[in-house]
Design a protein around this ligand. Structure first.
Ligand code: NAG
Ligand code: NAG
Ligand code: NAG
Length: 287
């Protein structure tokens, strides 16, 4: 391999390593949320979703669930819509105070985006008159309901949701945000599920219809007639970030079994809530 090719490969590899830092849940997290959701759709909602999905998805919402991460560069305006920065150490969220982008434009955060794309999809019954691309609205909404359930997507401002906190995941160097996007899920898959995301999804689905059954209807409920309620999801998110993600972690921490095994239930629970709520939202939109 010539030097130039080597340098190119090296650049490509560093690029690939940098990518996850800016992602929401990793690919497997988003896939899990969308697979759980699609299986819970009513007949009408399932038909609408199939109609809106691009042909290449072959009817599988999961296959397009990371689309919003792939268009971050093409649609640069969308990158502020994946998260919420809340004031450092307050452990609370308020829409009017916190839902804005770095320039202070209000509504530009993951909660505002969930409302935005829900409202766009509500024009579905009159799609001919709709001024929106409802395929994109569906893919954004499916991704953002996942993201808002990743605790560090509603994190502190100064550390950018754990993106600037360097840690070791066992022996590997990474940042705290990435641990919650990918590492906990990846390690769980390797250790408990033969590295198969499908088995993880099955296990979560069994709990949704089994042990967690009684809580599930409260997860789905938004109160009143609201089709979705991102402020509730975000309030839970920053609380989980404080109680579990940030807790006991500082710059340079080495995170191992103690952290992994105590946080994994929180990750499974948030993935379950994300899937259940995406389905409930789509069922109300298309119902
Ligand atoms: C709402 O959606 C439109 C179309 O994708 C986009 O241009 C706009 O930035 C979105 N705003 C928010 C707050 O999500
Ligand atoms: C809607 O968005 C999808 C995904 O970006 C794109 O492939 C499709 O061409 C768009 N449709 C229209 C009518 O612009
Ligand atoms: C399912 O629930 C059981 C009992 O609470 C728990 O031990 C297990 O880890 C859960 N599995 C998943 C994938 O959530």
């Amino acid at each position: 391999m010539g030097f130039c090719r080597g340098a190119y490969v090296l650049a490509l590899i560093s690029f690939l390593f940098l990518l996850p830092v800016i992602h929401g849940w990793g690919v497997d997290g988003h896939l899990t949320v969308c697979r759980i959701a699609q299986a819970r759709l009513t007949e009408t909602a399932a038909a609408a979703v199939k109609k809106l999905l691009p042909v290449s998805a072959e009817g599988d919402l999961g296959s397009e669930c990371s689309w919003a991460d792939h268009v971050k560069f093409r649609y640069h305006w969308s990158s502020a819509l994946h998260y919420i920065d809340t004031p450092d150490n307050l452990c609370s969220y308020q829409y009017t105070r916190d839902c804005k982008d770095e320039e202070g434009v209000s509504g530009r955060c993951v909660a505002g985006a969930i409302n935005n794309y829900t409202n766009q999809l509500l024009t579905y019954s009159n799609a001919a008159a709709s001024q929106y691309n409802l395929t994109e609205a569906l893919l954004f909404l499916s991704h953002f309901i996942g993201d808002i359930h990743q605790p560090l997507h509603v994190g502190f401002t100064s550390d950018r949701g754990g993106n600037t906190i360097d840690v070791h995941w066992y022996t590997r160097k990474t940042v705290l945000h990435h641990v919650w996007d990918d590492s906990i899920i990846d390690t769980a898959e390797e250790r408990f599920y033969d590295s198969a995301v499908e088995s993880l999804i099955d296990a979560i689905q069994k709990n949704i219809t089994g042990g967690w059954k009684d809580q599930v209807s409260t997860w789905e409920n938004c109160g009143g007639n609201k089709p979705t309620c991102p402020d509730i999801y975000a309030t839970e998110g920053i609380k989980a970030a404080c109680d579990w993600a940030y807790k006991g972690v500082s710059e340079g921490s080495v995170l191992e079994d103690d952290y992994f095994l105590s946080r994994l239930p929180i990750v499974n629970w948030r993935l379950a809530q994300g899937g259940v709520r995406l389905a409930a939202t789509l069922n109300r939109i298309f119902g």
